[in-house]
Design a protein around this ligand. Structure first.
Ligand code: FPP
Length: 245
């Protein structure tokens, strides 16, 4: 494990650790198929790897980790695969409740939860409530999440408030209507599995994020792979539209 200089928590110092890392959990299906296993086995390893990477983030001092677990478009997959992912989430949440005191990871869910099963919704509220007291890493799981959907829902809610209050809109104000309202923008967005696109993930929030792509499939994305991404991030110069000095 490499040691990276920590940021002061507020700024994103060059060569320091990102405060917020976002990851698209991609490649589970291919990983399983390569090993002659059903795709759902890949999701199961993928969920386990999320726990490993969350713990590693906590260990090295990352404040926020956001993962894309299920998109608003993933409902198009075969019902058996969707059901398997939802069952896995239930299993994950049950284990999270059991291991909560040990892991001490704050879990939050971003997305439209209203279409999930009542059982899953209840478990999500429970996990969010119990883990809200932990202040190590905050792990955000994007579930039934899509950036376009998030932005449209935010615009509708803003329009309602505008009618009532006439409140003016700017970028900062609009951000408060997003699922991510109390989370800083990601400094680093990682996509494993050799795909080079954002796929409707945190499109508003990643306007100035650094991007990192790797061929490694998510279940094989070990803490050492995260170190490689952090190493790459540590050499980036973040300009936010300003001039290179
Ligand atoms: C993308 O890989 C992965 C998904 C659509 C599902 C991810 C879900 C989990 C890991 C389970 C629950 C997650 C958590 C965080 C508890 P893919 O199936 O598109 O892979 P492929 O591109 O190789 O087919």
């Amino acid at each position: 494990m490499k040691i990276f200089k920590k940021t002061d928590g507020e700024s994103n110092v060059i060569n320091g650790l990102p405060r917020h890392i976002a990851i698209i959990l991609d490649g589970n299906g291919r990983w399983a198929q390569k090993k002659g296993m059903p795709r759902t086995a890949g999701h199961s390893y993928g969920a386990e790897n999320f726990r490993t990477i969350s713990k590693y983030c906590k260990e090295i001092g990352i404040k926020y980790l956001t993962v894309y677990a299920f998109s608003t478009e993933n409902w198009k997959r075969p019902k058996a695969e969707v059901d398997a992912i939802m069952n896995l989430l239930e299993k994950y949440l049950l284990e999270a409740i059991e291991k909560m005191e040990n892991d001490r990871i704050k879990l939050k869910f971003l997305g439209d939860m209203s279409v999930l099963s009542p059982k899953l919704q209840k478990m999500i509220s429970e996990v969010e409530e119990i883990s809200s007291r932990y202040d190590g890493v905050q792990a955000n799981i994007c579930l039934n999440y899509g950036s376009r959907d998030e932005i449209v829902k935010a615009a509708i809610r803003y329009a309602e408030d505008y009618k009532a209050t006439g409140k003016a809109l700017n970028e900062e104000e609009f951000s408060r209507y997003l699922y991510s309202c109390d989370i800083p923008d990601p400094d680093l967005v990682i996509r494993p599995s050799g795909e080079y696109r954002l796929s409707n993930f945190l499109m508003w929030q990643s306007a100035y994020s650094e991007l990192y792509f790797t061929e490694v499939l998510w279940p094989d994305f070990t803490p050492e792979e995260l170190d490689k991404a952090l190493e790459s991030y540590s050499h980036r110069k973040r300009l936010y539209g300003g001039l290179r000095k």
